[in-house]
Design a protein around this ligand. Structure first.
Ligand SMILES: *[C@@H]1O[C@H](CO)[C@@H](O)[C@H](O)[C@H]1NC(C)=O
Ligand SMILES: *[C@@H]1O[C@H](CO)[C@@H](O)[C@H](O)[C@H]1NC(C)=O
Ligand SMILES: *[C@@H]1O[C@H](CO)[C@@H](O)[C@H](O)[C@H]1NC(C)=O
Ligand SMILES: *[C@@H]1O[C@H](CO)[C@@H](O)[C@H](O)[C@H]1NC(C)=O
Ligand SMILES: CC(=O)N[C@H]1CO[C@H](CO)[C@@H](O)[C@@H]1O
Length: 862
């Protein structure tokens, strides 16, 4: 057997090279561009569907494996604004994101007549290439014409030409600018515990969707594929291109027509594919104070336990009851990894073992990792009994009657993360070396290092640990610091295919478990790891940032990615920074910016100095100022969330969403609109009190003074912006609903009166909306949904007044009123002079109303 031995040694050596990250086979892009591709034949077109066979030209190029000989193409005009282009192996089934993880969107009935659709699919038969263009203008949006299709067992490549200096947004999660650099950028999608969120590396979530904006319109491209991938933006030889390099699955593209006038249309079209964002409870917009390690409540850091000595259940219940009695809420962290603890009386481990729901290693035993409790197992979200398991653990541990009665969940480490250094031959020893609990009481099992046999000739489809094309995973090999990619799920899927779905599936399971605890009530789940569509069930925080000015600034781009592109609007970054040490000035500025994150949470690492807002006088003042504004605007953003839930309209807007023809706005990611109309322009320079920001050519109103500010399509500099303040402007054209006063809790806030601010646009009109319900029911029994419109001096408040509030409209303020009014009427009745006032300097007319908000009314001045 000498031959076998020596080939095994070669294999072992190869695996060592892989393990140390020396693999990354480099193939010159020119070689790939020169592949001969496929030819289309047997082309059939019927109604909204076109199909064809794609047959490999010649022997193929076999770069990362043998080219698949025959592919199937299916093109479907799904709606008048959406085309699905799907390319699969004609002979064998390959991994596709399962329907129950990502339900496919409904298709129009009756089927779309292709010629009437807003975009068209076009192709060249040989070598096969395709393009998508706008029907009306014939403008090409996506074209593979210059690049061959490559389809190998573990390598798929599609490359499209781009316009010069293309405006591309999305393809996260990443910490690049929102407006992606297109010269030489690789975006890697592979969920990873990425402490410090380094720029240019793969992070926690995976959203293979981008919006491309041009002055002629905005369109979107979504690749429904969960496998690891590098998406490259290149400009080699002056030929701008976007290139997908994917290590598995199929090509399943959704082309979204977007619109030639309104950029937000593409967001709504993406929501039709990815799903509409969940409606969240009213209270979740309150301010959250959090810390990793307010001394961990768990017993030896095992999920679903309380440390009996430090955090006994009766005392914990006292804390939670105390908070609830004050209308405050309580959220704890829950990780997926369950401490590996056979015969130790650890219920969460024992019950999972009895149901046999753990993710399995290649040899069939439970896949082990090393996380906070030491050696761990991971729930398999594909197991048919995993919901039963997870629901039960939530029901038992988070029991309202005798457990920890939480209101929401923060789920962490769900990439899934492992601290075990690759190749993790002996997790038991690593847990000891890393001093992770629990202390070992019995010797570790035989530490046989796994051997990854890799053939050096034919590349097989099942090279699950070291695929021939190595994506640019910042952790090194794809199994490093996570569950091994040869781990098996119950339904036979491997972690190689399902890895990027793990966090999103945990989010769904957790949302369901919370729903089972409180049927009919909206759930609140904040996750670290996501996949496309995650917003259906969860919110997201932007992971383990640092207390630095750079991370303060980049938080806006990160948030815009999730809220404006990926349809995960309940998003925020850790205010004042998670790792490292926050300074007073940074924390003050961050408090003012964080008040305009949909999810507002101050969060800190256990080993960093404390950074609660009350630690510094200036930060306390900053937080008071902005939380006051945030709470007064809470119903405004709540209304925007309701709209997002109905149709996917974004709750945050980059400036170009509102000014699509103004090129200056395209790269801006240090300013944004909170809801439709509040322009947030924070001070962004380190320790500075000056800011230069952009005001488009439009009418604005200073949020504080309400005085008009004419935007000139030019930069504006403000000096002496105190650390306790943030520049805010109302975009002309809005009627804003606000609470007349803030409150200390969201419960108290709901008892405050409303006021309306009428901020006319350049055409003299304004509009807005107000949605009110009980704030917690999935299907509220009654709702109030109002349209607020203003024209010719008349504000009209109309709509459905179903939800009974006990509050009044206290006043209406009209902005930009050039001269003192002669008369003011409320619903036709003249108002006494004492009930209104006019400020000529600020051009504000302030009218006292004092009417219950339960019937239509109008206010007019002449
Ligand atoms: C469609 O493809 C054909 C063949 O490549 C090409 O000649 C034609 O110009 C394309 N049409 C449009 C509108 O791009
Ligand atoms: C592209 O970026 C990579 C990684 O940052 C760098 O190594 C490479 O030199 C760059 N290539 C070009 C052509 O700029
Ligand atoms: C499976 O492999 C792991 C190492 O990957 C080893 O620790 C475990 O004992 C093996 N289980 C069985 C049943 O062979
Ligand atoms: C609401 O308006 C009614 C009728 O004008 C008035 O009687 C009542 O005091 C107001 N309530 C509050 C809380 O201001
Ligand atoms: C490096 C590391 O493990 N960081 C973790 C510390 O804990 C936080 C909890 O907030 C995790 O998010 C990090 O991943």
């Amino acid at each position: 057997m000498p031959t076998l031995w020596s080939s095994l040694r070669v294999a072992v050596l190869a695996s060592l090279l892989h393990a140390t990250g020396l693999h990354a086979a480099f193939v010159d892009p020119k070689v790939l561009d020169a592949c001969s591709g496929y030819s289309a034949s047997n082309i059939q077109s019927s109604g909204a569907v076109l199909t064809a066979d794609l047959v490999l030209n010649g022997q193929g190029c076999n770069v990362f494996g043998s080219d698949i000989k025959k592919l199937g193409l299916k093109v479907t005009y799904e709606t008048s604004t959406r085309i699905n282009v799907k390319i699969v192996d004609a002979a064998a089934s390959r991994f596709e994101v399962p329907q129950d993880v990502f339900p496919r969107p409904p298709v129009s009935t009756p089927p779309v007549v292709p010629s009437s659709a807003e975009i068209q699919f076009n192709y060249t038969a040989s070598p096969f290439s395709f393009s998508v263009y706008r029907t009306a203008s014939r403008e090409v949006l996506f074209s593979t014409a210059s690049y061959p299709l490559i389809f190998e067992p573990q390598y798929l490549r599609v490359k499209t030409s781009l316009p010069a200096n293309a405006n591309i947004y999305g393809l996260g999660e990443h910490t690049h600018p929102f407006h992606l650099p297109t010269q030489n950028t690789t975006l890697t999608l592979w969920s990873r515990d990425s402490y410090g969120i380094p720029v240019g590396t793969n992070l926690y979530g995976n959203h293979p969707v981008y919006f491309e904006h041009r002055t002629t319109g905005t369109h979107g491209v979504f690749l429904l594929n969960a496998n690891g991938m590098d998406i490259k933006l290149t400009n080699a030889g002056g030929a701008p291109a976007l290139e997908y390099n994917v290590i598995g699955g199929v090509l399943d593209f959704y082309f979204l027509a977007g619109s030639t006038t309104d950029p937000t249309a593409v967001a709504r079209q993406y929501a039709q594919v990815a799903g509409l964002p969940a409606e969240v409870p009213y209270w979740s917009f309150g301010f959250h104070q959090c810390r990793f390690g307010y001394k961990d409540y768990m017993d030896r850091r095992r999920v679903f336990t309380l440390d009996p000595q430090y955090f006994p259940v009766n005392r914990m219940r006292e804390i939670v009851n105390y908070l609830h009695a004050r209308d405050q809420k309580y959220i704890v962290m829950t990780d997926p990894a369950v401490g590996y603890a056979p015969n130790a009386g650890y219920g969460a481990y024992d019950r999972g073992t009895a149901l046999d729901i753990w993710l399995k290693a290649a040899n069939g035993s439970a896949s082990l990792g090393v996380v906070w409790p030491g050696v761990t197992v991971y729930p398999d979200w594909f197991h048919p009994k995993v919901a039963q398991y997870w629901n039960k653990e939530f029901e038992l541990f988070y029991s309202p009657t005798n457990g920890l009665d939480i209101d929401g969940v923060w789920i962490d480490m769900n990439e899934p993360a492992s601290f075990c250094d690759y190749p993790c031959a002996n997790p038991f020893q690593q847990a000891i070396d890393q001093r992770l609990p629990p202390p070992r009481t019995s010797p570790p099992p035989n530490p046989n290092a796994p051997i990854f046999v890799k053939s050096n000739t034919i590349v097989k489809r099942d090279d699950l640990l070291n695929p021939p094309y190595a994506i640019n995973n910042a952790a090194g090999p794809i199994s490093a610091k996570t569950a091994f990619t040869n781990s098996k799920h119950f339904n036979g899927l491997t972690e190689y295919d399902a890895h990027n779905l793990y966090g999103a599936m945990m989010s769904t399971a957790t949302s369901k478990a919370m729903l089972a605890r409180r049927p009919g009530k909206r759930t609140f789940v904040i996750t670290r790891s996501t996949f496309a569509g995650a917003g259906r069930d969860t919110g997201k925080w932007l992971g383990d940032n640092l207390s630095t000015w750079e991370h303060y600034r980049i938080s806006i781009a990160g948030m815009l990615g999730f809220a404006s592109v990926y349809q995960v609007p309940m998003v925020g970054s850790d205010i004042c920074g998670f790792g490292a040490d926050a300074t007073e000035r940074l924390c003050a500025r961050w408090a003012t910016l964080g008040a305009f994150y949909p999810f507002m949470r101050n969060h800190n690492q256990d080993s960093s100095p404390s950074q609660e807002f009350y630690r510094w006088a200036s930060v306390t003042q900053a937080a008071k100022n902005v939380i006051d504004i945030r709470y007064r605007l809470l119903d405004y953003i709540y209304t925007a969330f309701h709209q997002a839930h109905l149709d996917g309209t974004p709750v945050l807007h980059p400036l170009w969403f509102k000014y699509p023809k103004d090129k200056t706005t395209f790269p801006i990611d240090l300013q944004f609109f909170y809801g439709d109309s509040i322009l947030v322009s924070p001070v962004t320079q380190d320790d500075s009190t000056s800011v230069t920001f952009y005001l488009p050519n439009d009418i604005f109103y200073d949020f504080k003074t309400l005085a008009p500010v004419k935007g000139l399509g030019a930069p504006v500099t403000l000096n002496n912006v105190p650390f306790t303040d943030i520049p805010l402007h109302i975009k002309g054209g809005a009627v804003l609903p606000l609470r007349a006063q803030s409150a200390l809790t969201t419960t108290a806030l709901r008892k405050r009166d409303f006021e309306f601010i009428v901020a006319p646009g350049t055409d003299g009109t304004a509009s807005g909306a107000l949605y009110i319900d009980d704030g917690e029911s999935i299907v509220p029994s009654t709702t109030t949904s109002l349209k607020l419109t203003f024209k010719n001096g008349l504000l009209s408040v109309q709509g459905v007044f179903g939800y009974q509030t006990s509050v009044n409209t206290s006043r209406v303020r009209f902005l930009g009123v050039a001269k003192a009014p002669g008369t003011v009427q409320v619903s036709g009745k003249a108002v006494a002079k004492a009930a209104y006032s006019y400020d000529a300097a600020k051009q504000v007319l302030d009218v006292t109303i004092g009417l219950p908000l339960n019937a239509p009314f109008n206010v007019q001045y002449t």
